[in-house]
Design a protein. Structure first.
Length: 323
């Protein structure tokens, strides 16, 4: 709370690129939406990359660790007036910045009533903030789960508030090994999102334990540390900023391997949908998918965007959608 509420005044004050890494080029619709976000909201934002999943019209989205609200105001435009975005953050100063600009953005977007709200609270305890079971289509998070001491609790709560077929789409920092106590207790490294980084293999075991489908890696990029003193403390450990997608696939969705055809038309991804590091779907093209991907597409908001032929495959496909 001190680091993000008081010490940092703008993103240029950060000592690593952990919180400012852009993973891949942005669709024009997202670039345009970003230009309509108030400059103070953008300046006080410390996420890594831009966490904007596809196929968002009329969705209910929850942003964990929403900070000054940049992603929320972006998503507000993409879900439309019939959608809704909730941001929750533990830092009072950041929530105040986000709330201050609600009227400005709704006027700019031409909305009759607000489709965003900001709550102060903890992502490990969403129930305390009044968030009900199965109430959101998508949970996003941008470089904040590393700041939570109890990662299991965060994923458990995200799973609880997601509707069946819902998705957790999030960017975070991962380490090449489990971190020493010296690193984990270093105040600046914690604020810079490195000391709380999860060993990447642990994400897979926690996701499975909570009930999610195996993590699908979307993008990953290495993190550089510009401060020599911090570099010395970190030693041999390497860090990456990575975006994953996890799905709450209902137990009844027992799909086998099959073939899918993307219908095209998702805004910003009309001709090609880069789903993750393994699967890119081009409009009208037949793609063989494994049982996990077939179940994800069948049970999620993407179901209407694909023609799915269960049980038909030409060749053996790799098991698991993770890279």
């Amino acid at each position: 709370q001190d680091y993000y509420g008081k010490e940092l005044q703008k993103s240029e004050d950060l000592k690593t690129n952990a919180c400012v890494t852009l993973a891949r080029p942005l669709p024009k619709v997202v670039r345009d939406a970003l230009e309509r976000v108030h400059e103070e909201v953008v300046a006080r934002y410390y996420g890594c990359g831009l966490v904007i999943p596809e196929c968002l019209a009329s969705c209910r989205i929850l942003d964990l660790g929403s900070g000054s609200g940049r992603d929320c105001y972006l998503l507000s435009q993409l879900v439309g007036e019939r959608g809704h975005v909730t941001g929750i953050d533990m830092t009072e100063g950041q929530v105040e910045v986000a709330k201050k600009h609600i009227a400005y953005h709704m006027d700019k977007f031409g909305y009759q009533k607000p489709n965003v709200e900001f709550l102060q609270g903890y992502m490990e305890k969403l129930g305390d903030a009044g968030l009900a079971d199965e109430s959101y289509d998508i949970v996003i998070s941008n470089c904040v789960i590393n700041l939570a001491p109890d990662k299991r609790a965060v994923l458990r709560e995200a799973y609880r508030v997601l509707k069946p077929g819902g998705e957790m789409y999030f960017s975070d920092i991962y380490a090449s090994q489990r971190l020493s106590e010296t690193i984990r207790k270093h105040r600046v490294l914690w604020g810079e999102c490195l000391a709380g980084a999860l060993y990447w293999r642990d994400l897979y075991s926690i996701a499975e334990e909570v009930g999610f489908s195996p993590p699908c890696l979307v993008t990953a990029s290495p993190i550089t540390i510009s401060d020599k003193k911090l570099e010395g403390i970190v030693g041999e450990c390497r860090f990456v900023s990575a975006t994953f997608r996890l799905f709450k696939v209902p137990g009844s969705s027992q799909a086998g391997p099959g073939q899918v055809i993307y219908n095209g038309g998702i805004v910003g991804h009309e001709r090609e949908l880069v789903f993750d590091a393994n699967f890119t779907f081009k409009e009208g093209e037949v793609v063989d998918v494994d049982a996990e991907m077939a179940a994800i597409l069948q049970s999620s908001r993407f179901a209407e965007e694909f023609l799915i032929r269960a049980g038909e495959t030409n060749t053996a496909t790799p098991q698991g959608c993770c890279c």
